[in-house]
Design a protein around this ligand. Sequence first.
Ligand SMILES: Cc1cc2nc3c(=O)[nH]c(=O)nc-3n(C[C@H](O)[C@H](O)[C@H](O)COP(=O)(O)OP(=O)(O)OC[C@H]3O[C@@H](n4cnc5c(N)ncnc54)[C@H](O)[C@@H]3O)c2cc1C
Ligand code: FES
Length: 220
Amino acid sequence: MRRELRKVTGVEQVGPYTLLRVDAGGLDAGVPGQFFMLEARGRPLPRPMSVCLAAAGELAFLIDPIGPGTRALCSAERGEELHVLGPLGNGFELEVERPLLVGGGIGIAPLPFLSHRLGRAPAILGFRTDWHAEAAALVPNAEVCVEPVYVTELLPDNAGDVLACGPEPMLAALREQLPNAQLAWEAPMACGFGACYGCAVEIDGELKRLCVEGPVLRAA
Ligand SMILES: Cc1cc2nc3c(=O)[nH]c(=O)nc-3n(C[C@H](O)[C@H](O)[C@H](O)COP(=O)(O)OP(=O)(O)OC[C@H]3O[C@@H](n4cnc5c(N)ncnc54)[C@H](O)[C@@H]3O)c2cc1C
Ligand code: FES
């Protein structure tokens, strides 16, 4: 884990989302599903973002501008510098026999990197609208659905090794059906490395810090 001041190398619109590219400098991209804390200029706290793409010398983050922190990150300009800390948390276990990636909405953010590491594994992606579904172009080999159709309706009977990220109801539905699935969960995070307990969630009756134990957890 390192904290570096990195230069923004690109800012692109992908449907309603922003793909923010930064020069990776000395930062290791880590394992898909791990995340970085990104600090926008003028904002008091950093925000957790999954690595979306990790091409040579660059890290890219797909960001949904839902609040002040994410909007500040999306309005960063090429050439501007941001503090970037990571990689953090536990990513996906990549030693799987029959990977199937499942993503919903902005939850597809870690899947392009994951797909790359898993040799373009098949993917099922779900979105609210066709506009949001433009982000599916980032994930190769994907079957895409738009509401009112949900990703769970597209799951094959024998789904194999599911690796998923998406909204809580989607993860809860997958958890019911697939005890062996790897699910990337979210919680508000202030530090990202175990110091503030802001991300504590109850797992098996115990409070655990999602930034340390997760964000990827086995469904069971
Ligand atoms: C490990 C991890 C990886 C993430 N990766 C991405 C990513 O790749 N792309 C992306 O766009 N977003 C990602 N997020 C979510 C992102 O960090 C939050 O949307 C962001 O922190 C919101 O900050 P804000 O200041 O814009 O909005 P805020 O004003 O902080 O929040 C806006 C609304 O969203 C709720 N909220 C904020 N953060 C979370 C959260 N983490 N979980 C559930 N609800 C929340 C708030 O309660 C509030 O209602 C990730 C979160 C985690 C924990
Ligand atoms: S975000 Fe601070 S302990 Fe997890």
